[in-house]
Design a binder for this molecule. Structure first.
Ligand code: GLY
Length: 406
């Protein structure tokens, strides 16, 4: 790993806005933490209250209906940890440690790729911040389960996303969201000094680039593979408007995942792809800072936004700027990332006394869950981006593998 990097340059006015937002975030997180008992927040409902779920709720099929279960619980630990990073107040760390123990059981969950989201937002930064080995042991348990989802075909290997991989539906299905979960495998490769985690992540990134990215650089939400040949049988959606549409958060996960894959492998092709995916996203934004939940939604539906997608992209672009080997491109991506982040702070941050951090997140429009409210993942990636801007290196490490010039 090289420590060479671009440092983000944030104007004092923006840095002040970001720090004030983190101050208010820490206050909101502290007051909500005292109300949850052993449950965890998921999304805010139409009444503005958090919907809560136990950490133990796994993903699964009920007949043919698929439920993602509680993949939100790690993000709450991540918000407690980032509030600790920002304030230095020990109570946040104590809460994060206690909550991590409630989440721990999910590290053994064989049903979902979402264990990447759960533990990359909690145990991985927990270990980075405290150095406590037990955080790392939990993250490694989860990384083992994620690596075990690798399906090897004649033409590449991919991580199955949804369901037990012994179930044919689960074994053949992969989602673009999984690109964001590769971070857990990259982390495990470094921590355990075991290249098999990186090989699994890299194989998945290669195959996803071939099967998910359309000619115009938009992405499918999901792909059904032929498990023997590795051919794409179909591209489809679960949370987007229709199978061929551009679900904005899917595009966000793809950008985020290829930035991280470039940083970890040093492969220029992943950075180039991340830039093409981000260019597509910016084209469809057409001057806005927050996308609609689906770029191809029409009528009244097109007015429904997804601030979570904006937060994921803002965080990814700041990271792209940091690791980019060309100063001009780095400056361009930093500019876009900071503008998006500023717009979220200015226009979408919830008021005093309201739950959650960002208005107008959209978990799943087709299922009518978490539309127009806060979502745990939107809030987490928003705060991750703020920490990248004003607390570089504190929530996430600054190391990266050198990426060659174009
Ligand atoms: N499963 C990740 C998402 O809803 O974006």
């Amino acid at each position: 790993m090289s420590n060479a990097m671009n440092s983000l340059s944030v104007s004092e006015t923006r840095a002040e806005l970001f720090r004030e937002t983190l101050d208010k975030t820490a206050q909101k997180v502290a007051s909500d933490e005292l109300t949850f008992g052993v449950e965890f927040p998921q999304v805010t409902g139409p009444d503005g209250q958090w919907v809560r779920l136990p950490a133990s709720l796994s993903a699964g099929y009920d007949g043919d209906a698929w439920s993602h279960g509680n993949w939100f619980c790690g993000f709450w630990v991540g918000l407690l940890l980032s509030s600790y990073v920002h304030t230095g107040e020990a109570r946040f760390l104590e809460w994060a440690r206690a909550r991590m123990l409630l989440v721990r059981q999910r590290a053994q969950d064989p049903n979902t790729h979402d264990i990447g989201f759960i533990f990359d937002s909690s145990a991985v930064p927990g270990h980075h911040i405290t150095g406590d080995a037990w955080f790392a042991e939990i993250a490694l348990e989860a990384a083992d389960k994620l690596r075990a989802r690798l399906v090897t075909t004649r033409n590449g290997a991919y991580l199955a996303s949804w369901g037990p991989i012994s179930d044919p539906r689960g074994r053949s299905a992969s989602a673009i969201d999984t690109m964001a979960n590769l971070s857990l495998l990259y982390w495990a490769a470094g921590y355990a000094d075991d290249g098999s985690y990186r090989q699994a992540a890299d194989a998945h990134a290669e195959m996803t680039a071939r099967a998910f990215v359309r000619a115009d650089d938009s992405t499918y939400h999901a792909v059904e593979y032929d498990v023997h040949s590795g051919d794409r049988k179909r591209g489809y959606t679960f949370q987007g408007a229709f199978d061929e549409s551009a679900w904005s958060r899917g595009q966000a996960w793809a950008i985020y995942g290829y930035v991280n894959s470039a940083r970890e492998t040093g492969k220029r092709a992943y950075l180039d792809l991340a830039e093409r995916l981000a260019d597509y996203y910016l084209r469809r934004l057409d001057g806005r800072q927050v996308p609609p939940w689906d770029f191809d939604a029409t009528g009244r539906d097109a007015e429904i936004k997804d601030t979570a997608a904006a937060a994921v992209v803002a965080s990814a672009l700041l990271e792209m700027a940091r690791v980019h080997p060309e100063a001009h491109a780095a400056a361009k991506w930093q500019g876009h990332g900071l503008e998006m982040l500023e717009a979220l702070c200015r226009d979408e941050f919830t008021g005093d006394g309201q739950h959650g951090l960002l208005h107008n997140s959209c978990y799943s429009k087709p299922h009518n869950i978490g539309v127009d409210g806060a979502t745990m993942f939107g809030d987490f990636y928003f705060v991750e981006a703020l920490c990248r801007a004003v607390h570089p290196g504190k929530l996430r490490p600054l190391d990266h593998t050198r990426i060659p010039l174009a």
